[in-house]
Design a protein around this ligand. Structure first.
Ligand code: ADP
Ligand code: MG
Length: 711
């Protein structure tokens, strides 16, 4: 009988003959526990043995791959105490010297007799041919009769670390595949033919044991499609479940409150804002709950759009809630919202004028018990119109009984469950409308993956008044750093303000706070002596934080020395200089968010990235920051540099399943998978006639979707 992936996941790896009790724990390190893990442990790349070079034919300066056996290897230290491993390898045509600097493990990795592929540039040193620091793929000692196993050699990832050679893995995979026999294929024949995808049995064989380069290429095409199809099925099913099973509120969108709010704004809305508001309004008016993502770069003006949605709720007698990921951000939102709404009134019975000022309250973990009780009572009585807060909004004992619109800011720090919990705060039958805001611009396809269960609105146009930002990467040279501090002092002298962001510290928020405190003390004594410095970090009591922020906002402080608590939302247009220490420790999106604190209209701005990147990735990030201020472009770069799994991995279940699929490379496949997922679910909403596929999606997404495919 043909096997499903679900079947293979139930077979422990120890059932294979080739897996000895000694090998099992090493496989577990990779980690490979089941036969499914093994057959989905795909080769990292392939070496074409017919394209290998013979050592004897190589010329100095030429780059090539040679397949050779280690004949001699020794480790020693140079005079400068650097580690040095020297080896001599032989490929039947000639000998070659290899030199590895600072890679002491090579001596263990390449014992005499090991067969490996070495890629590098041939050079001449002291009269002999050698390669320095070549790329190594250990093949292990080649079993008997190897020539027949094909000319394309799969190279498996991590085989070095777990001390399993690529040949060993190849052998195990062969055993697994031959014992598995036929794979059951859940993809309808018609879809397969239309998309020119091969069947699963051929795909697993082709990826592990290709006979030509074309074999692994078309195999990967099928397997990548499967990965994205599973994700899209889960996301589309979830989106439909929301839409079809839930009763929403039909909000009135053309009332006086929203109109009054817009009329009082000190600026006119941009076309992008108007467009997003139109899309949101249409959702709000429908009797189905909204699940929409509002995407827009830092400073694109999302707050006004979100507030418009919240006010639509209030104007119909409902309440609105805005949840932010950090206390500082919640406080900041609360302040700016209170400012924007100042003077607005809502209808109220029993008052002389028949109206009262609109009421916005703040709820965070710092809110005291007494205030919390009071707030709970006022929310219950409908006396509070809007509540802004952190997780406290969902995990506390405070209800928002007439919650009509919920806005979640900076969603990437919240999960799907928190979205659901916030909605659950409403006590009525109808589901509140949900708007998720993110300032991390997400490329289109990635958005299709991460937020595939949401509709999307985008603010691609910046409001007028942004000022240009010059970004400079500053190496650890005292002279260049002094130059940056000089610029900062010059700006302060001209009446502007600045931020100094302290490095991310591995470990706890406490360690980070301590580092920031020390840096604050140091700067006060040294480079920034004489300026008015403030300190802001996550461990400070809320009133102190508020006080510091208020003084900075009022211009009573020149420089704010802070941890990343200022990353999101802090809005002080007069700030024109940002210094980020150890900038290479931050990810691209964090850096972009941080940089968005300046260039807010106060004048031409500077962003100094103090950095000494040690890795290629770190260097690429610094270059990307210096080259662009476009959030979308940077997000694309981030995906290219790190890959989707890294960028979204932690918060999106399902990304762990992306073994072959890559975003943005596989954009077209995602679009196709999305279409097929929609078709399949159109025809069979619970996939009841394709249990195999339903099972695969459930195995992938777990509890998140189990309810969607009830059999
Ligand atoms: P985001 O939350 O998207 O980062 P904000 O909503 O905080 O951006 O807006 C950034 C700044 O731009 C704020 O100071 C806001 O008052 C201002 N702003 C918003 N919309 C407009 C507009 N249409 N014209 C001018 N300024 C605007
Ligand atoms: Mg904002």
């Amino acid at each position: 009988m043909a096997r499903t992936l679900h079947d293979l996941a139930a077979i422990p790896i120890s059932r294979l003959e080739g897996v000895s009790p000694r090998l099992e724990p090493r496989l577990a390190q990779i980690p490979i526990h089941t036969v499914l893990d093994l057959v989905q442990h795909y080769p990292r790349r392939y070496l074409d043995r017919t394209k290998r070079a013979e050592i004897a034919d190589l010329r100095v300066g030429e780059e090539a791959t040679v397949f050779a056996e280690v004949r001699k290897i020794a480790a020693r230290r140079t005079k400068g105490n650097r580690s040095l491993v020297e080896a001599i390898v032989y490929d039947g045509s000639s000998y070659l010297y290899l030199t590895f600097f600072n890679q002491p493990w090579r001596a263990q990795q390449l014992p005499v007799g090991t067969e490996a592929a070495f890629f590098g540039k041939l050079d001449r040193y002291r009269g002999r041919h050698q390669m320095t620091n070549p790329v190594v793929d250990v093949l292990g000692s080649i079993p008997e009769g190897t020539e027949k196993t094909g000319v394309i050699v799969p190279i498996y990832p991590q085989s070095g670390k777990a001390d399993i050679s690529t040949w060993q893995l190849k052998k195990l995979v062969q055993e697994a595949l031959s014992r598995t026999g036929e794979f059951a294929d859940p993809l309808p024949e018609e879809v397969r033919a239309r998309l020119r995808l091969i069947d699963r049995t051929r795909a697993y064989r082709g990826i592990h044991a290709p006979e030509t380069d074309a074999d692994h290429f078309i195999a990967a095409k099928r397997l990548v499609f499967d990965e994205f199809l599973r994700m899209q099925l889960g996301l589309v099913a979830r989106k439909r479940a929301f839409e079809e099973q839930q009763v929403g509120i039909s909000h009135r969108i053309d009332g006086p409150l929203v109109a009054a709010f817009h009329a009082r704004l000190p600026f006119s809305l941009t076309a992008a804002q108007l467009g997003a508001i139109a899309e949101i309004s249409a959702d709000l008016a429908r009797p189905r709950p909204m699940h929409r993502l509002l995407q827009g770069d830092v400073g694109s003006g999302k707050t006004v759009v979100a507030l418009t949605a919240l006010l639509a709720a209030v104007q119909g007698g409902y309440q609105g809630a805005l949840m932010a990921p950090t206390e500082v951000l919640a406080e900041q939102h609360h302040l700016s919202i209170a400012g924007l709404l100042d003077g607005l009134v809502v209808p109220a019975e029993g008052t002389l004028t028949g109206e009262r000022p609109i009421r916005v309250e703040l709820l965070t973990n710092r809110t005291g018990a007494a205030q919390r009780r009071k707030l709970a009572a006022q929310l219950a009585a409908g006396e509070v119109d809007l509540v802004v807060g952190t997780h406290a909004l969902i995990y506390g004992e405070v209800d928002i009984p007439r919650l009509g619109v919920a806005v979640i800011d900076e969603q990437h720090r919240f999960g799907v469950e928190q979205r659901a919990l916030l909605k659950g705060q409403a006590s009525g039958e109808a589901e509140p409308d949900v708007l998720v805001m993110t300032a991390t611009p997400i490329p289109r396809t990635a958005a299709m993956l991460v937020y595939g269960d949401l509709d999307k609105s985008e603010l691609r146009e910046m409001p007028p008044g942004r000022t240009p930002i010059t970004t400079e990467v500053i190496p650890p040279s005292p002279l260049e750093r002094a130059g940056a501090y000089e610029r900062l002092r010059a700006e302060v002298a001209a009446g502007r303000q600045a931020y100094v962001v302290c490095p991310l510290v591995e470990g706890s928020e406490r360690v980070e706070a301590k580092a920031a405190t020390e840096e604050y003390a140091r700067l006060e004594q040294e480079e920034l002596a004489g300026l008015r410095l403030g300190l802001l970090h996550g461990q400070m009591p809320a009133p102190d934080k508020e006080d510091t922020m208020a003084r900075f906002r009022a211009g009573e402080l020149d420089v704010l020395v802070a941890t990343t608590v200022i990353e999101v939302g802090v809005d002080v247009p007069n700030a024109t200089v940002l210094v980020v220490e150890d900038a290479d420790r931050f990810g691209l999106s964090s850096l972009h968010q941080l940089r968005g604190r300046v260039g807010r209209g106060g004048g031409p701005s500077w962003c100094f990235l103090f950095a000494d990147p040690q890795t290629d990735e770190g260097k690429e990030r610094m270059t990307a920051m210096a080259e662009s201020t476009d959030g979308f472009l940077l997000a694309e770069r981030d995906l290219e540099i790190r890959g989707a799994g890294e960028v979204f991995g932690e918060r999106q279940s399902g990304f762990s399943d992306l073994k072959l699929g890559r975003i943005p490379r596989d954009e077209a496949v995602v679009v196709e998978a999305r279409r097929v997922a929609e078709e399949l679910l159109d025809a069979d909403p619970a996939l009841s006639s394709n249990r195999q596929l339903a099972e695969e999606v459930e195995d992938l997404l777990g509890d998140d979707v189990e309810f969607l495919f009830k059999s």
